[in-house]
Ligand binder design. Sequence first.
Ligand code: ZN
Length: 143
Amino acid sequence: MAKSIKISQNNIIIGKLSYDSDLLEELTGICIEKNITLGKIEAIGAVKRSCVGFYDQTSMEYNFLNFDTPSEILSLTGNISIKDNKPFVHAHILLADESGNSYGGHLAPGTIVFACEFIIYSFSGAGLKRGMDDETGLPLWNI
Ligand code: ZN
């Protein structure tokens, strides 16, 4: 059975990321700086290169794909919770190359910003902590 909690929206933070920064590290840094431990992230823009993960459900390991070409961020969507007592960003990204072909996956370090506009929706309420889930091998929410 699905498990859920009720939360309410607190603040909305809107901004742009630094040129040449690491997309995931920069988003995580904003959450740490502003002490956002529960929220939603969305962003659009462009990256110089990208690294995305695909979780192999059999081996229970991430395989990472590196793309050394510029691409558009068609959509970045993710959430903020707590892992190892710190704000943790879990985001997925959909990218498109110069021909309009799209690809993407679990956002990993190594995705470098060309330009990026983001919106963070901060929620109030009990923060969600991540813990290891034995069925999936993933650090999922403890609800
Ligand atoms: Zn993921």
